[in-house]
Design a protein around this ligand. Structure first.
Ligand SMILES: *[C@@H]1O[C@H](CO)[C@@H](O)[C@H](O)[C@H]1NC(C)=O
Ligand SMILES: *[C@@H]1O[C@H](CO)[C@@H](O)[C@H](O)[C@H]1NC(C)=O
Ligand SMILES: *[C@@H]1O[C@H](CO)[C@@H](O)[C@H](O)[C@H]1NC(C)=O
Ligand SMILES: *[C@@H]1O[C@H](CO)[C@@H](O)[C@H](O)[C@H]1NC(C)=O
Ligand SMILES: *[C@@H]1O[C@H](CO)[C@@H](O)[C@H](O)[C@H]1NC(C)=O
Ligand SMILES: *[C@@H]1O[C@H](CO)[C@@H](O)[C@H](O)[C@H]1NC(C)=O
Length: 279
């Protein structure tokens, strides 16, 4: 017969759960984030020399960090700034384990691959700057879950597909740049126009969207027949086809008329045999 645990046992477990320091749990997730990123990035110049296993385990000392580009706040990774370090590779989805991250700046490198949708787990993220890399794929709509995003800078990459409409709901967004990519389709109205009574005023101007050949709509200038080009080519082809058909029909009519008249005239003159085919 199993021995029932005394009531105090449950209280003990509860207390243990409540009192376990969250910083410790935080440090393990930061460790998994940093080591994951270290594995996915390629560092040809040795810019991340002090990104070592020992430092991943305890990346922070209060507000300072032992790792290049890492800033801490109360023992947790708070900022990652690895701009212009000639880094290659890709962005690990493990970056989402830096759960206190407020700023992720990997701009001006040669990072390829996609933007991991797992970034949406970074609920405190305010700044996302992945500009001037070789990032491909689509912009994950899940980014809209990072409600504190102030800055999204993805300019000068190889991103394709549409700009997710959901990004328009990011109320705090004050800087948005997706220029010089391969994005296509309409610009979401909530990114182009302000809301409410100011709806006629631009939210982000054309400079946020230029350099994407197949992106269209306000605030970009009206397309130079780009969206209509296929249609107009078909139209011109169809129109000219109809025109030449009408022209040849008219020509045949005229010809028939002329020959008919000639035949009649010939018949009148009794020289019909001249025009008739010989069998
Ligand atoms: C880590 O390396 C960078 C240069 O690569 C250096 O500026 C920084 O001081 C180093 N940090 C520590 C804690 O050694
Ligand atoms: C990395 O090395 C390359 C070639 O050696 C050099 O052109 C580039 O400026 C370096 N990048 C950094 C950030 O030091
Ligand atoms: C870290 O992130 C990965 C990928 O998102 C996930 O599978 C893993 O459970 C996370 N680990 C920790 C310790 O949070
Ligand atoms: C993103 O980083 C680049 C430098 O790599 C910088 O020029 C740009 O201003 C940054 N974007 C924002 C919105 O701060
Ligand atoms: C957005 O603003 C432009 C320019 O003022 C205007 O032409 C357009 O109708 C607006 N769109 C919406 C949906 O309010
Ligand atoms: C577009 O907006 C940016 C700031 O978001 C500003 O610096 C720039 O001058 C604006 N450009 C135009 C043409 O209005």
């Amino acid at each position: 017969m199993p021995f029932p645990p005394p009531p105090g046992w449950w209280i003990g477990i509860l207390l243990l759960l409540l009192l376990s320091p969250p910083a410790l749990a935080g440090a393990t997730t930061d460790e998994s984030c940093l080591s994951g990123l270290w594995r996915s990035l390629v560092d040809p110049n040795g810019s991340l020399r002090n990104w070592t296993k020992a430092n991943f385990a305890a990346p922070c000392n209060g507000f300072t960090s032992y790792l290049t580009g890492v800033t801490c706040n109360s023992g947790r990774v708070y900022k990652l700034a690895l701009s212009g370090l000639s880094l290659g590779g890709s962005i690990s989805p493990f970056v989402a384990n830096c759960s206190n991250l407020q700023s992720l700046d990997l701009s001006s490198n040669q990072i390829a691959g996609g933007i991991p949708p797992e970034i949406s787990a970074l609920l405190n993220l305010a700044v996302l700057n992945l500009s001037a890399n070789r990032l491909a794929g689509t912009i994950p709509p899940q980014l809209a879950l990072c409600a504190y995003l102030n800055v999204i800078d993805l300019h000068a990459n190889l991103l394709c597909g549409r700009i997710p409409d959901q990004l328009g709901f990011l109320a705090r967004l004050s800087s948005f740049d997706v220029s010089y990519n391969r994005l296509e389709g309409p610009i979401p109205v909530l990114l182009a126009n302000r809301s409410g009574v100011e709806a006629a005023l631009p939210r982000f101007n054309a400079s946020s969207f230029i350099g994407n050949p197949n992106l269209y709509g306000y605030p970009l200038p009206p397309t130079r027949e780009r969206g209509l080009s296929v249609l107009s080519i078909v139209g011109i082809g169809f129109g000219s086809g109809l025109f030449s058909l009408a022209l040849s029909f008219t020509a045949v009519c005229i010809w028939l008329r002329v020959t008919e008249r000639a035949a009649m005239m010939a018949a009148d003159e009794g020289k019909i045999s001249h025009l008739m085919p010989e069998y």
